[in-house]
Design a protein around this ligand. Structure first.
Ligand code: SF4
Length: 259
């Protein structure tokens, strides 16, 4: 069942009593496996049973297929020169967060390192965006990027805040873990805690962290981008990129704490 078919079975009152707030959002949530049938109190048992049988669609895998189709239309040799990747035979080699990935002309991605649908979406989107130009070595905040102002609060809430909390908790062990992602600790006039990290070949980021000095003072963290970043990924994709990085970093930090 697709979201429209699910929606037709709902009360369509948009009463807002479920976590999805509207019936259409609830329908989308059901098809993605993110909403629970029991959240809507207005469904009879027969409809509930039908909705329980809806097979959730993995939207990331669906997106991967769409992006692969687009990448198949591209001349990877031409693209590689502009996006900072290399060619090996007719496949493209690209480094993301310190790990090398191979992308075949069919858009299939392989690696000896960590791979999931998040990284596939990211790499394919970076390739199909086919940004051009140089990294200009001038750091700007997210809101200074093209359309960044509109999404600045999402970036702060979904990327910088969770990253700050990770740094608060794991500061003493963060250096070797960041190094696994290819990050280099650098000197910076604003803080002693500064790292430069190439999340993608043409997308370096600067992470600046300020530790809290006492109970009256709170810590702070900023993620800065090269001024050219929006040529290589749009701001929504940059949020997707940093959110994913925070999630992987969190798992690595938890793992390194236990071992
Ligand atoms: S609780 Fe049910 S009726 Fe209300 S908005 Fe959600 S899906 Fe629609």
């Amino acid at each position: 069942m697709n979201p429209v078919e699910v929606y037709k079975l709902l009360p369509k009152s948009n009463c807002g009593e479920c976590a999805s707030a509207t019936c259409i959002a609830f329908a989308v949530g059901i098809t993605r496996g993110e909403a629970k049938v029991e959240e809507c109190p207005y469904l009879d048992e027969e409809i509930r049973q039908k909705l329980r049988n809806v097979k959730p669609v993995n939207w990331r895998e669906e997106l991967v297929k769409r992006l692969q189709k687009e990448v198949r239309q591209l001349d990877l040799r031409q693209v590689s020169k502009d996006i900072g990747a290399e060619m090996e035979g007719d496949s493209l080699k690209i480094v993301c967060l310190g790990t090398e990935y191979t992308v075949s002309p069919e858009g299939e991605i392989t690696s000896k390192g960590y791979i999931n649908s998040w990284i596939k979406v990211l790499l394919l989107h970076y390739i199909r965006t086919w940004g051009k130009g140089r990294v200009v070595n001038s750091w700007v905040s997210f809101s200074e990027l093209k359309s960044g102002m509109i999404k600045a609060s999402s970036f702060s809430r979904d990327c910088e805040e969770p990253l700050r909390r990770l740094f608060d908790t794991h500061l003493s062990s963060i250096d070797p873990v960041l190094a696994r992602f290819g990050a280099k600790r650098i000197e910076h006039e604003a803080t002693e805690y500064a790292w430069k990290l190439y999340v993608l070949p043409k997308i370096p980021v600067l992470i600046l962290y300020w530790k809290s000095e006492d109970e009256t003072d709170s810590s702070a963290l900023r993620v800065l981008f090269d001024r050219s970043a929006d040529r290589f990924l749009d701001v929504e994709s940059l949020i997707f990129l940093i959110e994913g990085f925070v999630s992987i970093l969190s798992r690595y930090l938890e793992f390194s704490k236990k071992h």
